[in-house]
Design a protein around this ligand. Sequence first.
Ligand SMILES: *Cc1c(COP(=O)(O)O)cnc(C)c1O
Length: 436
Amino acid sequence: MAQNQTDVIKELQNYKETLWMNPNYQTESAETEFKNKLSPEKIEEARQRLLRFAPYLIEQFPETKATNGLVESPLWPIPKMKKALEHLNSAAIAGDVFIKLDSQLAIAGSVKGRGGVYEVLTLAERIALENGLLSPDDDYQKLADSKIKEVFNQYTIQVGSTGNLGLSIGIISAKIGFKVIVHMSSDAKEWKKQLLREKDVHVIEYENDYSEAVEAGRKQSDADPKSYFIDDENSVDLFLGYATAASYLQKQLEDANIEVSEAKPLFVYLPCGVGGAPGGITYGLKQIFGDHVHCFFIEPTKAPCMLLGMATEKHDKVSIQDYGIDGRTAADGLAVGRPSSFIGKVMTPLLSGVFTVEDSTLFYYLQTLYQSENVFIEPSAAAGFIGLLQQDNSRFQTYIHKQNLQNKMNDATHIIWATGGRLVPNEERDRYLKMS
Ligand SMILES: *Cc1c(COP(=O)(O)O)cnc(C)c1O
């Protein structure tokens, strides 16, 4: 491994905030096996499927009315936050700053509403078609009929989760009529388990981390022929659900007259756990904006599994524990010890780099955002802001020069992908806002 790669790994082991630039980043994305498997047509197919379900979702979740039955979020400029960060850090931020408010997503209140809802709807459609209960031209509102729900109720959906995926899968599955079991890791917050139990979701708790919850869930599901296991570490459907975010964002940018071009680069900062959400979104963005978009993942200093997987090129064959990193972070959505089996490989030519961020920094961003823009997000969702404050970082600067962007940064657009927060209970919010 090159010297700068080993330097980064040392910084990770010392829990220092760091930046890893991807040495395998390519401007003209190479043909990879996944590129063939996950073509743009697949993303379009996913988008069409979500459009078919839109009338059903409007009926079942009236909160989706504003987005015409899509699980989609606003894009807001946050100039006051930009100013506050510049002031507090005595550093200028070149370019305009926007926030993508997946923190307000319908159904799940987090980015998991994209992948999780999509995968469960895909299953429901397949089961309904196989049982002759639906044809693709039907109005999907009929899926709410009690006769069809009775059929769905013969099937069980199971998932392992640190919290938010469980919320997303649990809420949509229960609404469809599926039986649903959520296997929750020890990081999962009590209120998330409670909320699910109120919706008649069966929650099983585990003493250990996410991997154990996933393993147990998979085993229990495999033993039952009418049970589906939603596999956060390997699922292509989750990935496609996330990838549909890109075309909606493209339209939002156009509507706001924000140009993305060689002269006006787009930077996107995505919090990363197992990698599915940021990986799917990045994949979609790269299909649309190509070399004009620069995507970065952000992980907690205590759980940098994707960075380790990509830097060592061992992907899911490596865990943070192998490097003595303990995984204890308040960013529960990102508290993952081992990355997805395929995201890191798909990201190898596409991802610009990975930042790590300390928990105390997350609370500082969360509070500054609330004070400056009156927007509340959860700790995991605040990770992206660190990308704005590293413009002077020498590794970042090397990239900027290599991509010939040094004279374009004042015309850049930065998007902080805020991945969750709407369902956080008030007492918890108050606690986060006071935390130092
Ligand atoms: C799950 C989650 C992420 C990251 O998604 P992965 O697919 O695990 O990488 C980011 N933010 C929040 C709030 C999440 O719940």
